[in-house]
Design a binder for this molecule. Structure first.
Ligand SMILES: Nc1ncnc2c1ncn2[C@@H]1O[C@H](COP(=O)(O)OP(=O)(O)OP(=O)(O)O)[C@@H](O)[C@H]1O
Ligand SMILES: [Mg+2]
Length: 212
């Protein structure tokens, strides 16, 4: 049993999209026992999962106290409890970081987004100090465009944020990934996105390796 949360100060960086793909990969491909907490009032993850009918428990919990109480309980019954946070670093996100074993921070390749990622890293590091190194945490670049200067510069900027692991795998900007929510689907059920499915697979393997 592990609790893995997706967080960032910034909205729209791909927390829910990556989170839903991760949940699908863990539960349907890796056949793990998974439960989900959608801690975002926007409910994107719960709505997406409802359409997919994966037959896994999904809880919508946005109250920080409730999260602090429920996470330790819910993770008892599963291999992985996966939490999608809202795009802010409020009390609910802080509570999930206080209970999670691993935090995953998506960031898009832009200078402004790197600054917001640095704020998320700061919060994670404060909590790691209090929890003797937990949660483990890693950052990855989402919505990158291959072979661009911006991607290279962003990768360089990430190395300048101290004290955070950087996942090697980058997830590229793909129209099919953007369409997957409306289709109530993931790249594994869509045609013509084998490369994106492979990229997600590599990223998710890295995430699980970090969770040891
Ligand atoms: N790799 C990708 N390629 C193309 N589009 C993407 C990719 N990842 C995410 N998106 C799109 O970016 C937008 C924001 O993604 P998403 O809703 O997952 O972000 P979020 O961080 O959860 O946002 P919020 O903070 O509002 O919850 C969505 O329109 C989604 O389809
Ligand atoms: Mg979201």
């Amino acid at each position: 049993m592990s609790t893995i949360c997706f967080c960032n100060l910034k909205g729209g960086v791909g927390k829910s999209t990556t989170c839903v793909h991760f949940i699908y990969w863990l539960s349907q491909i890796k056949k793990k026992n998974v439960a989900v907490i959608d801690a975002d009032g926007q409910s994107s993850t719960s709505n997406w999962l409802e359409v997919m009918q994966l037959k896994i428990p999904v809880y919508h919990i946005t109250d920080p106290d409730e999260l602090a109480d429920q996470v330790p309980e819910l993770e008892q019954d599963v291999n992985y409890l996966v939490i999608d946070n809202a795009g802010n670093l409020g009390d609910a996100t802080r509570c999930t970081l206080l209970t999670a074993s691993l935090a995953v921070i998506p960031v898009t390749p832009s200078g402004l987004d790197m600054m917001s990622a640095a704020s998320a890293v700061r919060m994670v590091k404060q909590i790691q100090k209090a929890r003797k190194g937990l949660p483990s945490a890693g950052i990855f670049i989402n919505r990158a465009i291959k072979n661009t200067k911006l991607l290279k510069e962003s990768q360089q900027l990430l190395t300048e944020i101290e004290g955070i692991n950087i996942f090697k795998q980058v997830i590229y900007q793909k129209q099919m990934i953007a369409d997957s929510f409306l289709q109530g689907s993931t790249v594994w059920q869509m045609k013509g996105v084998k490369d994106a499915a492979q990229d997600y697979d590599k990223l998710f393997r890295e995430i699980l390796r970090m969770d040891k």
